[in-house]
Design a protein around this ligand. Structure first.
Ligand SMILES: Nc1nc2c(ncn2[C@@H]2O[C@H](COP(=O)(O)OP(=O)(O)OP(=O)(O)O)[C@@H](O)[C@H]2O)c(=O)[nH]1
Ligand SMILES: [Mg+2]
Length: 696
């Protein structure tokens, strides 16, 4: 199928456990892509194909698949909900045209719901909302609708009303057709009947249908006038047309209920994807950017006959070799084509093209604008790289990845492990841009860095089991930072004029904190040429490099401003290298005088606990130097919002489960850096310096 108007590229996103993979499994079953439904908790769901996913019952990496519904081609990406794997949601939403935001009917809007919703807003992705798990105890469709408005500040357009709740949840009233869909209890998604609206829901249906129509008709002047002036209700076709227009414009989000696990309501979601979510030609084309990342005013028009513009958004290494997941925005590609990678500036030859179904591959000869495929044989292409027509090059907006907040030292158990480890880790770094690795120059230890404990646990597990590398794992360490608190004026002269080519550089400068979040700022206020302009970049470079290692314990420095005010030079002996050396020495001389302080990562923590354990949970968070920001009582428990230092949160999930007899849940994500209290700073600095000394 090549008719782009019948394409739907959609991502399924939500907080952890909301039911994304279960919903995807039902979509694959209802569309006939799979015949047998596999459950996540049995480790049998199609898109959770990694062994680590099956064992833990969570999704770790986004998985792509394709299905057809009513002659529409749906390229679906099931994304993970756990905060440590957020990058998978970010990069998927970046390349998709539509989304299904899933919410748990009892949990409502949860921490990752907010983060993922923000990503979808940033990528301007049109969405429908699926309030799932309406069969669960405490599920309340209407409360979640209200939360979407209050917490996400979004406009949910209610499209269905649940019939029954919890164990008695049997079906849905469709407000557009004014029909009821009732599923029997055979748990077969196709076993439903369409009936009249149950008597006890007629009034409510009329009320909700009226507000649906009032909102929808605002999208079309003529239809609205007919409705307001002649009181003429729009036809189902016109109503759908209005809803489609408003959804694609992100004015509102059609909201449906259901229970994926109980196979109730997923068909209505599929119909909504077709009726209301955009085809690739109905979304704003991707802007082209120049080498600095500024928009050039040109766009990648979604047209197979235009020059190739494609974005590599995920690299996956599996037993058959590396796959480069690619979204084609314009043009087409076929096997054997040569394309230009504008990041590397190198041409690459397309070896093979495959359509992915979880971890299965279907060979393709070619692909076109609108397609999401995986390329085999790409050598130097990484996540975020643009592939284009070598004759008409262009670059698409790159991706920005978060900095890791946690790291651990790992060391190979023996020589053979050492050989394998390097190769394995470089493959894993290519796959996951939020996973970083560094080698500690002094100890030679390998430091792996990531977004959270679970993230690094999984990486170590993959190293051991997928790559057969046996490693020793150190204690997780916090990625501290350093910063300064004082403004000082200082001067440094670098002079080496004893025989041979001399070196001379004098710099006078002001060192002070810059605004939070700005990073390093360099300004030159030199007048009169006392430090020639061509040497200013050398001063900046020397100082900037030094900031990787703070004066207290060698942690990278945040938010420092250096103003070069004056200095001196020697006609023969001054050079860029002399000024770079002077800047480095000035850094070592002045940073300790500028009131350095240790900065610790503070996490936004969200804990869900049954009522009976709220006191314990809060007490425990306070003991962890946490700050309680708020509490929200829900039908099945209380949600506590807090901030706490990362260093105090290691192993928290275990302690929380003990405190709440296994019923507590929590998620945390990096929020900001904050000065660590004196006693904590002293302890950390002492430990770090000892650890560094041992390495020598
Ligand atoms: N009662 C009930 N359970 C459900 C429903 N949908 C999913 N579940 C269960 O909820 C658990 C999590 O479901 P998943 O589909 O893995 O959730 P997810 O959103 O993919 O989770 P992550 O990918 O790990 O973020 C599984 O045990 C499912 O069987 C539902 O509608 N009702
Ligand atoms: Mg999942």
């Amino acid at each position: 199928m090549t008719d782009l108007s019948r394409y739907r590229n959609i991502g399924i996103f939500a907080h952890v456990d909301a039911g994304k993979t279960t919903t995807t499994e039902r979509i694959l079953n209802i569309t006939g892509k799979i015949h047998k439904i596999g459950e996540v908790h049995d480790g049998a769901a199609t898109t959770d194909f990694m062994e680590q996913e099956q064992e833990r019952g969570i999704t770790i990496q986004s998985a792509a698949t394709t299905a057809f519904w009513k002659d529409y081609r749906m390229n679906i990406i099931d994304t993970p909900g756990h905060v440590d794997f957020t990058i998978e949601v970010y990069r998927s939403l970046k390349v998709l045209d539509g989304g299904v935001g899933v919410f748990c009917g009892s949990g409502g809007v949860e921490p990752q719901s907010e983060t993922n919703w923000r990503y979808a807003n940033d990528s301007a992705v049109a969405r429908i909302i699926f309030i799932n798990k309406l069969d669960r105890l405490g599920a309340d469709f209407y409360r979640v609708v209200a939360q979407v408005e209050d917490v996400l500040g979004a406009h949910p357009l209610v499209m269905t009303l649940p019939i029954g709740t919890e164990d008695d949840f049997v079906g849905l009233v469709d407000l557009v057709t004014e029909k009821a869909y009732i599923w029997d209890d055979t748990n077969d998604p196709l076993n439903f009947e369409i009936t009249d609206i149950p008597a006890n829901l007629i009034d409510k249906t009329a009320e909700y249908r009226e507000s649906l129509i009032e909102t929808a008709v605002e999208q079309d002047e003529d239809i609205m006038m007919k409705y307001l002036e002649d009181g003429e209700e729009p036809s189902i076709e016109d109503l759908k047309k209005c809803i489609r227009k408003g959804t694609i414009a992100l004015d509102f989000f059609p909201t449906f209920g259901g229970s994926a696990f109980k196979n109730k309501g997923v068909q209505l979601i599929l119909d909504a994807v077709v009726d209301y979510l955009p085809s690739p030609t109905e979304v704003n084309p991707q802007p082209e950017v120049d080498i600095e990342g500024n928009e050039t005013g040109k766009y990648a028009i979604v047209d197979p006959d235009k020059p190739l513009r494609a974005l590599a958004f995920k690299i996956m290494d599996d037993r058959f070799g590396a796959l480069t997941f690619t979204r084609i925005y314009s043009g087409r590609i076929k096997k054997g084509d040569t394309v230009l990678n504008t990041f590397t500036g190198k041409n690459e030859r397309i070896g093979r093209i495959v359509e992915m179904h979880a971890d299965e591959r279907i060979e393709l000869d070619s692909a076109q604008a609108g397609d999401i495929v995986a390329l085999i044989g790409m050598k130097n292409t990484r996540t975020g790289h643009t592939l284009c027509d070598p004759k008409q090059p262009a670059t698409l907006e790159p991706m920005v990845f978060p900095d890791p907040v946690i790291y651990i030292a790992i060391s190979p158990k023996d020589k053979s492990a050492a050989e394998k480890m390097g190769l394995a880790i470089s493959k894993m770094v290519q796959e996951d841009p939020s996973f970083r690795v560094e080698t500690d120059e002094e100890s030679g230890e390998t430091i792996i860095m990531g977004m959270g404990e679970l993230h690094l646990d999984i990486k170590v597990d993959i190293l051991r089991r997928t790559h057969n590398v046996d490693v020793e794992v150190g204690k997780p360490l916090v990625a501290y930072r350093e910063s300064i608190t004082k403004r000082i004026e200082d001067s440094y002269t670098h002079k080496k004029q004893t025989g041979g080519s001399g070196q001379f550089a004098k710099i006078d400068y002001i060192l002070e904190p810059s605004e939070v979040g700005v990073g390093f700022e360099f300004v030159s206020k030199v007048t009169g040429g006392n430090v020639p302009r061509e040497f200013w970049p050398a001063v900046e470079k020397g100082f900037k490099k030094s900031l990787d290692e703070g004066p207290m314990a060698g942690f990278p420095c945040l938010d420092v401003k250096l103003t070069l005010t004056d200095g001196g030079f020697h006609a023969v002996d001054s050079s860029a290298i002399a000024y770079e050396i002077a800047a480095k020495a000035a850094y070592r001389q002045s940073m300790p005088k500028a009131g350095p302080q240790l900065m610790e990562p503070i996490m936004k923590v969200d804990v869900f606990t049954p009522d009976s354990h709220v006191g314990d949970v809060i007490g425990d968070l306070n003991r962890r130097r946490g700050m309680i920001l708020g509490q929200e009582a829900g039908p099945t428990g209380v949600r506590i919002k807090a901030e706490a230092p990362l260093s105090e949160m290691f192993g928290y999930i275990g302690d929380l489960r003990t405190m709440t007899s296994g019923r507590g849940q929590f998620s945390m994500e990096f929020s900001h850096y904050k000065a660590a209290p004196k006693n904590v700073a002293e302890e950390v600095i002492k430990e770090t310096l000892e650890r560094n000394a041992k390495k020598k």
